[in-house]
Design a protein around this ligand. Structure first.
Ligand code: SF4
Length: 440
């Protein structure tokens, strides 16, 4: 039973120094430092060759290769600085065309586009993209597509009707005991399927203290609010001082027992999980973090280090994954992702059916596909690796869990159950009556 959110006043023990960066197995494998990349000519003329990196390496081979190729004058220390990553985000067609071969379709999007989710990709995340394959999973999630401009029935700017439940700017109060606090509309990397596509983007970023004060006053006035979910945008793109300010104000509200943060930073900007950020976060307990994870290709030494630091600080970690057609819609991919998350001490928490934002049809799978994936996980692997599959109901209905049919109904007072192998079993349910029939 949680009694009260506490602020840890004592200075936390300093994090142990990490071993020096390991040397690649063969230095000769490193690409030469090219002096300059001629503008307009894609620099990749051959497929990326992955190199051997020791298992405890702090940097993936792809990010090293990318840094040396496209930022030859940049040191590893600069690359590892999250503010450098933010300052060097890819935000234009020209920049993107220098690091990947744009397909005709991708180039056309930029010529035609007038509005929509902005383009932003950190150099680190760009290093994980396949420069030659427009269909690569990670590339599809961050590079704009012409399909974003095709509207389909049922799509809506605000599919979850968050505006309807917005009580003060940036604060959504839908469920009785908890609120969603949208503290920023900025992200380091924009996902093409973002539920808040109507709002995210640097242009509408409003992180003013004035707006936060209004939200804090509302929470203070509503004693039924025991749980505050801080989201956005991505809250971990805020500076340490701003986060500390915000967390300290929320933690000081007597009836708030629990704070959660939703973020994609460990996957797209793992450099942000610095020792100083950890120092801020570990002052507030209980604090949970939900990490947005999409595909096993995101699980790199950098993401491992970021999650390891958060877990070592005692912060419980869960994941949220959006089911996306052609990206992660197979049992094999999801199993690999969820197993990988568990090895980083991140518990798979929610698998979301993709929300029907405008132009999302190419990302949305059938619900049957989601159920097939859950069926392919449950019983076939560790229960901790099986998230809850939910549809966030359009119109503001909230999260509704979906399960394959395991309960088949009653027969002679027994509940008939189907296991993961499709075999039927009976359970003598004390509450059963023969005329009852349950469908799950
Ligand atoms: S990180 Fe989250 S808020 Fe930001 S674009 Fe992706 S889904 Fe949207």
């Amino acid at each position: 039973m949680i009694e009260k959110l506490v602020v840890i006043e004592e200075e936390p023990p300093s994090l142990t120094e990490e071993p020096p960066e390991p040397v690649p197995a063969r230095l000769g494998d490193l690409p030469p430092r090219s002096a300059e990349i001629p503008s307009g000519i894609p620099a990749y003329s051959r497929p990326i060759q992955l190199k051997l990196v020791k298992p405890n390496a702090k940097h993936s081979a792809r990010s090293r290769d990318y840094r040396l190729r496209f930022h030859p004058g940049v040191s590893q220390a600069e690359w590892d600085d999250w503010t450098w990553q933010i300052a060097h985000r890819i935000t234009t067609l020209e920049q993107l065309g220098r690091v990947i071969h744009l397909s005709d379709g991708e180039s056309r999007v930029f010529q035609d586009r007038k509005e929509g989710i902005p383009l932003s990709i950190t150099p680190y995340y760009a290093s994980l993209l396949d420069p030659f394959d427009p269909a690569q999973a990670l590339r599809r999630t961050v590079v704009p597509s012409i399909y974003e401009y095709l509207l389909s029935p049922g799509e809506d700017q605000d599919p979850l009707s968050e505006e309807k439940d917005t009580v003060v700017p940036g604060l959504v109060h839908r469920y009785p005991d908890r609120v969603l606090f949208l503290v920023t509309y900025a992200c380091s990397t924009y996902c093409r399927y973002c539920t808040r596509s109507r709002a995210v983007g640097d242009g509408v970023c409003d992180t003013g203290i004035g707006r936060w004060e209004q939200a804090l006053a509302y929470i203070r006035d509503h004693s039924e609010v025991r749980d505050v979910l801080i989201s956005g945008g991505d809250p971990l793109t805020l500076p340490d001082e701003a986060l500390d300010w915000l967390l300290s104000r929320i933690a000081a509200i007597p009836h708030v027992e629990f704070i959660r943060i939703g973020t994609k930073v460990p996957a797209v900007l793992p450099q942000r999980i610095t020792r100083s950020l950890i120092k801020v976060l570990r002052r507030y307990r209980p604090l949970f973090i939900s990490i947005h994870a999409t595909h096993p290709d995101e699980i790199t030494p950098e993401m491992r280090q970021a999650c390891g630091r958060l877990a070592d600080a005692g912060i419980p970690l869960g994941s949220q994954t959006v089911l996306l057609a052609g990206v992660n819609d197979s049992v094999e991919t999801m199993t690999k992702l969820f197993h990988g998350l568990l090895t980083m001490r991140v518990r798979p928490y929610y698998l979301y059916q993709c929300d029907p934002i405008p132009g999302s049809n190419h990302f949305r799978t059938s619900v049957a596909k989601g159920l097939e994936i859950i069926r392919g996980l449950r019983g076939h692997t560790t229960g901790y690796a099986v998230p809850t599959y939910v549809i966030d109901a359009p119109g503001g209905g909230g999260k509704i869990p979906l399960l394959p049919e395991y309960a088949m109904g009653y027969e002679n007072g027994d509940l008939l159950l189907k296991n993961y192998e499709g075999k039927t079993f009976r359970y003598p349910d004390p509450g059963a009556s023969e005329d009852r029939f349950i469908r799950c």
